[in-house]
Design a protein around this ligand. Structure first.
Ligand SMILES: Cc1cc2nc3c(=O)[nH]c(=O)nc-3n(C[C@H](O)[C@H](O)[C@H](O)COP(=O)(O)O)c2cc1C
Length: 160
């Protein structure tokens, strides 16, 4: 297996039919189910405007998953900032967190020079990876495949 890490960001397309909470719930349920079966770990963060995501795993599995994600109408303007072979994983599970309210989030914005809030267009691939990693590992309100298990129902996404 060739372990690799992929990082991208995109703009959220507000869906006329379902709404933000339903969109996120569906993305989360699909990702946790599909990624755990393919050995993919990583993190997804969202601030109502942008998504930022890291995917880690076998080169072929990560590529195929990204190609599917790339075609998803729930987001657009997808920018791939990094895709590289790595020696080890940074993420132990697949997790999703909301970037926008907490003290940790404010502190991270300060650390990465984001005076007006989370804006992945102004970040390097490695800074975006570090931002996502810190948020999903240290934030309380994060949904993770580690915590809920791949087969369980996904509950509400509380921070919205
Ligand atoms: C921002 C965003 C992140 C996503 N992340 C994942 C993911 O990590 N894994 C995954 O399988 N699907 C993810 N999806 C969902 C896929 O785009 C796609 O809907 C899903 O894999 C089902 O694809 P299929 O209908 O071709 O089977 C994500 C979608 C969006 C909008």
């Amino acid at each position: 297996m060739q372990l690799c890490r992929l990082v991208y960001y995109s703009k959220y397309n507000i869906s006329a039919r379902s709404g933000v909470a339903d969109d996120l719930k569906q993305i989360l349920a699909t990702a946790i189910r599909s990624n755990s079966g393919k050995g993919i770990t990583g993190g997804l963060i969202f601030n109502r405007q942008f998504f930022g995501q890291v995917l880690e795993g076998d080169h072929a599995a990560v590529t195929q998953t990204f190609v599917r994600i790339n075609g998803d109408p729930r987001h657009s303007d997808i920018v791939l900032t990094e895709m590289k072979p790595v020696g080890e994983r940074l993420f132990g599970a697949w997790s999703m967190g909301y970037a926008g309210k907490s003290e940790l989030f404010q502190a991270l914005c300060g650390k990465y020079g984001l005076a007006d809030g989370f804006d992945p267009m102004r970040m390097s691939g490695s800074d975006l990876t570090a931002f996502i990693l810190t948020l999903v590992t240290q934030e309380q309100n994060v949904v993770s495949s580690e915590k809920i298990g791949a087969s369980e129902e996904v509950g509400e996404f509380h921070e919205l």
